[in-house]
Each structure stands twice: as C-alpha cells, then as structure tokens.
Design a protein around this ligand. Structure first.
Ligand code: HEC
Ligand code: HEC
Length: 296
C-alpha cells in the first residue's frame, strides 16, 4: 500500500507540473477565476488519484460479499451494491462546479475572451486614431487607395471603373443612364435632409439634354432645362451644401451618405458600410475618390 501511495503522490506532482508548464501563466495573472480553475484542477487530480488508489487496493485485498445481480456478461457478474459514496459525491460535485462555472464564474460576469477582444479593439482603435491624427493629403489619398483595394475593388474594380458595368465607374461622377434613371424613378436611398427626389422632374428631350450634360462632367453651357433641377441641387448642381446630392463630384457628404446607407440605383445595389470603416478611413476614401476624378 505504501508503495502505491508514494506512486500516487509522484503522479500528482507530475500531473500538476505538467499543468503548470502548459497553463502556468494563470498563476501569475490577477484574475482569480484562473487561480480557482487551477485549484479545481489540483482537487480533481488529488481526489481521482486517491480514489483510484483506494479501489485498486480494494480489488487486490477485498473478498467481496453480497448479492449478485441477475445479469451476467460472459460469466462476469455484478453485485447489487449501492453506488460508492465517493463516486456519487464527485458526480454531484462536478454538477455543482459546472453550474458555478457557467453562471457565476465565466463568462457571464467575469473575464471573457470576447470582453478582452473588445477592449483590445478599442485600445488599437485609439492607437490608430492617434497615429493618424493629422495625416497629409498624400497620406490620406494613398491610405484611401489601400482601403479601396480591399473594401471596394471587388465591385468597383481595381481601377475604380466598375467591373463589366456591375458597379458604378467612380472615375466619373454619374453616367447618362444613371441620371435618366433618377429622373424617371426619383431617388430616395441616400438619406439626404431634403428627403426623396420625386420622379418626373424632366422628360423627353429635356431629360436627355440634362443627362448628357451631367454625365459629361457639367462642362460647357448649362441646358435651360436644368432649372427644374437647380431648385434642389443648386444652380451649380453641387447640392446646396449637402441638402441634396452633389451631381458634380464626390463630396464628403455624398461619400458619407453612400457609405452609411448603401445605394440602390440604375446599376445595382451597394451594401451599407455602416460601422465597418472608421472616420480616418472614410476621409481617406473621399480623398482617393476625388483624386481619380476625370471630368467629361
Ligand atoms: C425636390 C428636390 C429635387 C429636385 C427638383 C431634383 N432633385 Fe435630384 N435629388 C434630390 C435629392 C434630395 C436627392 C438625393 C435622394 C436620395 O436620397 O437618394 C437627389 C438625387 C439625384 C440623383 C442621384 C444622385 C446619385 O448619387 O445617384 C440624380 C442623378 C439627380 N438627383 C438628378 C436630378 C436631376 C437631373 C434633376 C432635374 C431634372 C433633379 N435631380 C431634380 C432632390 C431633387
Ligand atoms: C457589393 C458591391 C459594392 C461594393 C463592395 C462597393 N460598392 Fe460602391 N457601388 C456599387 C454599386 C452597384 C453602385 C451603383 C449603384 C447605382 O447607382 O445603381 C455603387 C455606387 C457607389 C458610389 C456612387 C454613389 C452615388 O450616389 O453616385 C460611390 C461613391 C461608391 N459606390 C463608393 C464605394 C466605396 C468607397 C466602396 C468601398 C468602401 C464601395 N463603393 C463598395 C457596388 C458596390
């Protein structure tokens, strides 16, 4: 028996040393849940080793008595003894431990990996904001290009010209087709303070003229029919300081609104990027889009 106890103690020490090597950091952290988990591990190992020792010893020395159960498996019978109380206690203990661990310990109101992740995200966001507090225009433009290549190029293409017409060609503000679509169907998905643009503000030849002029980058003489649009978009078509969409370029308001609300128009649907880009990234995208504008 003595030899077995010594063997058991050696086994406990070996298991705990192994645990320490694998998860020793937990001892150093000031998170008491980790320390409790370690304590639990120790308790489980000690109880298991000594329970096993007890029963191995019993198998060796006991001459069992009692009533045999009716079942017999290949000649091996089973006594109708009650469950060993040690086993029963461990079983109950595990259930209580599980309840405690689940409801009290982790992760409902203590350390959680999700919480830690969120904290780290906030920390790194703050670092990012600080590192790019005052970026130069060139920095913003090249940052915008990087963001664009990751987030926008899958639809708009690496050269921003739209892939097979499946997303807008962003080197030009609006195509003729898009302007006609807005005139015929109205527009109400960008979330401007002015609200919806009603359908049918122009028609026929007038609409054609306006659309050609806008798609051409609003160069040359303004068609007289544009007066119908100027009441909202302004005489210069720039959207009256963010009240309606700027038809002549991608200004801050427009890009901000598109990123926030997405866009559904003549070409297709662009998903909203709300919450997926930070302020610096949005600003950089606006710089990049303006840098690639081709008039006409
Ligand atoms: C009553 C005010 C009003 C009038 C008049 C008006 N618009 Fe608009 N327009 C808006 C508003 C507001 C928006 C942005 C709507 C939205 O949220 O999608 C808009 C959007 C647009 C768009 C879509 C911009 C984009 O980014 O896709 C085009 C193109 C457009 N207008 C062209 C015209 C033309 C051309 C006329 C004249 C024939 C005209 N609008 C007359 C208010 C007006
Ligand atoms: C899933 C495809 C898709 C992705 C990704 C996408 N777009 Fe778009 N985008 C579109 C489509 C389609 C349109 C044209 C909508 C229409 O007018 O029919 C569009 C239109 C636009 C417009 C013009 C909006 C207007 O009112 O004229 C801008 C600006 C724009 N996208 C910027 C971006 C930026 C910046 C990104 C990356 C952050 C991006 N897009 C990512 C599909 C996409």
């Amino acid at each position: 028996m003595k030899k077995m106890v010594i063997g058991g103690i050696i086994l406990i020490v070996a298991l705990m040393t192994g645990t320490y090597f694998v998860a020793g950091d937990a001892f150093q952290s000031d998170d008491y849940i980790n320390s409790l988990t370690m304590l639990g591990a120790l308790a489980i190992i000690v109880i298991t080793v000594f329970t096993v020792l007890k029963y191995v010893n019993q198998i060796k020395n006991d001459t069992a008595t009692g009533e045999l159960a009716d079942e017999s498996w290949d000649g091996i019978g089973e006594y109708t003894n009650p469950i060993p109380s040690g086993w029963g206690l461990i079983f109950m203990g595990t259930i209580i431990w599980m309840m405690w661990y689940f409801f009290v310990g982790y992760p409902t109101n203590q350390f959680s990996q999700i919480g830690q992740y969120n904290e780290e995200v906030l920390e790194n966001n703050a670092k990012f904001a600080k590192a790019w507090e005052n970026p130069s225009d060139e920095t913003l433009t090249s940052m915008g290009e990087s963001v664009f290549l990751v987030q926008c190029a899958p639809c708009h293409g690496v050269d921003a010209e739209g892939i097979d017409g499946k997303a807008q060609d962003l080197t030009h503000r609006l195509s003729k087709e898009q302007v006609l679509h807005a005139i015929n169907n109205g527009s109400n998905n960008l979330g401007y303070p002015m609200g919806a643009m009603p359908a049918g503000m122009a028609s026929g030849e007038g609409a054609e003229k306006i659309a050609t002029w806008i798609a051409g980058g609003m160069q040359g003489e303004q068609p007289a029919e544009f007066a119908a649009c100027a009441s909202c978009h302004g005489p210069d078509g720039k959207g009256m300081n963010g009240m309606a969409a700027n038809l002549s370029g991608f200004d801050d308001t427009l890009v901000g609104k598109v990123l926030e609300n997405g866009k559904k128009g003549a070409i297709g649907t662009m998903p909203s990027f709300k919450g997926r880009l930070n302020e610096t990234q949005e600003k950089s995208l606006r710089h990049f889009l303006n840098s690639i504008q081709v008039k006409g």
